[in-house]
Design a protein around this ligand. Sequence first.
Ligand code: FES
Length: 340
Amino acid sequence: MASDTLPSPPDGGKGLLHLLVRQIRFEAAGINSYELVDPAGAALPAFDAGAHIDVYMEGGLVRQYSLSNAPHERHRYVIAVLRDEAGRGGSKALHGGLHVQDVVPVSPPRNHFALDAHAKKVILLAGGIGITPLKAMAHRLEEQGGDYELHYCAKDRAHAAFGGEFAEQERRGRLHFHFDGGVPSAGLDIARLLSDPAPGTHLYYCGPGGFMKACAGAAAHWPAGTVHSEHFKAPEPAVSFNPTNEETDALHAIDGFSVEIASTGQAIAVGPYQSIADALEEAGVAIETSCRAGLCGTCKVRYLSGTVEHQDCILSDEEKTQFLTTCVSRATSKVLVLDL
Ligand code: FES
């Protein structure tokens, strides 16, 4: 992806940053990190631990990547990408197409996975490439002198990114590697680790699907508001918006509903296999979207009445009482009134 051949993504008021790829580094088997800087050396918009950026690639691909460097750094963003052969193409496009000295459009940082400032102790639990947001959190907690422990699960040391950067934390007992040789049952006993949370402890976890399930199950008894997670791949949605014939047969009972625009009273029908975002767009009501998988929060909208079936991976229980993500959420009531 050479700088002079980059597409100009429609900015659409997003205020995209055009950043120079200053360094690409091999971090672990299949994982590269990308250091992005302002071409003129200007300071970048500030971010806090857990934030991500949207990266715009050739062919109209947009993918979200967590920032992994220390949040006090204003001169660079560092993302790490695992090449996923079975993925939707974003990681392959980055690994194969992005080179040092390219300029790449990215969004300013957004954060749906922020550290709770009131936590007395923090447990960070990373599975594989899920280390990226948790690494930024470890940096932040180090700076603040916070009480934390980081557990990093990987196949072996060759598959653990940023290992060298963590040597000091490992020596001090802050970081614990758990290598399973590719057999999850031989790795960290997550249920045991999370069995007895001390008061004021908050948990943050990120990793692949099986790991996320194991963490969610093991922390199900933790107090409300103390467990935080970020998916980097959406779990299977309850409703497919592009169903196969078999899925259509299986989902025949799913009903459509309508959304009402509060400011104008306009009613818009949402079909059984259509997202609210698509229905709004068809009706000429522009909603900004990015991941279209309930992962990034770009399409978040406040709702005023109706019952929502949330299917996103980012909103907290409290946020869900007021907001929905229009790319994946649906209504179980006949009408949903949106604060638009
Ligand atoms: S577009 Fe990312 S959550 Fe809807």
